[in-house]
Design a protein around this ligand. Sequence first.
Ligand SMILES: Nc1ncnc2c1ncn2[C@@H]1O[C@H](COP(=O)(O)OP(=O)(O)O)[C@@H](O)[C@H]1O
Ligand SMILES: [Mg+2]
Length: 263
Amino acid sequence: MSGVHSTPLAIEARKLEIGYRGEHTDVTVLTGLDLEVETGQFVCILGPSGCGKSTLLRVVADLLVPLSGQISVLGETPHAIRGRRDVGFVFQDAALLPWRTVRENIRLPLAVGRHSLTREVADKTDELLAMMGLSAFADRHPHQLSGGQRQRVAIARALLGEPRVLLMDEPFGALDEITRDRLNDELLNLWRRTRTTILFVTHSIAEAVYLGERVVVLAANPGRLVADIDIRPVKDHGNRCLREDPAIIAKMAELRQALERAS
Ligand SMILES: Nc1ncnc2c1ncn2[C@@H]1O[C@H](COP(=O)(O)OP(=O)(O)O)[C@@H](O)[C@H]1O
Ligand SMILES: [Mg+2]
């Protein structure tokens, strides 16, 4: 499906219809979605509550089968690549197991199934603990952590399998603004080092512009793509910008207009 591209696109959707199958009728959530995401891109998905952002990520992660249309992830169907840990998922609430320590929670994806704990996994866990500033908290339980620390654990867990595509569903939505800004910077540093393809869902215009190289705007009723805005022209090559830069503020206004036009 990748046409002239030399490497497969990270995500490619064509005439995608997604929603939920009911006993009598299907409920369509997102309709007519065409989307191409290049490998290594940092894409934010912005839209009002209920427009289908989470539903879209579920389809990419093969947690939900589309109603119709095509979608490929890394050149294959979501189902084909599931289980290879090529796709990592971070949810809004960290979804940690309360009776397990930070270290055990990070290793969780490998504890389930056939993988035993190898030296390599142990080293990788230590590396992720250090990278996310969690080394001192490795033996604590989730209730002994702040909200920001819990989200760091969830990110470390998603990174354990070295995913090529990282799906993040409003991961910082429940955090205070200072913590959120700090985690935004940590995530950008991580992305610069790894150039993992990131699909980051948010309903914050400011967060979308700060993080993304590109922002895809969805609208509700019916859920559909209404704008696809390139942010790179107002950032440097490392995707860096100042939040108060007038060019960034202008991009935010452009996104706000796209959202308002659509609602
Ligand atoms: N399991 C489900 N079954 C039926 N409808 C659902 C289910 N999950 C979500 N929906 C509906 O799909 C729509 C989009 O939901 P969602 O993708 O969670 O939106 P967003 O993440 O953009 O806030 C909403 O109208 C929601 O009520
Ligand atoms: Mg959601």
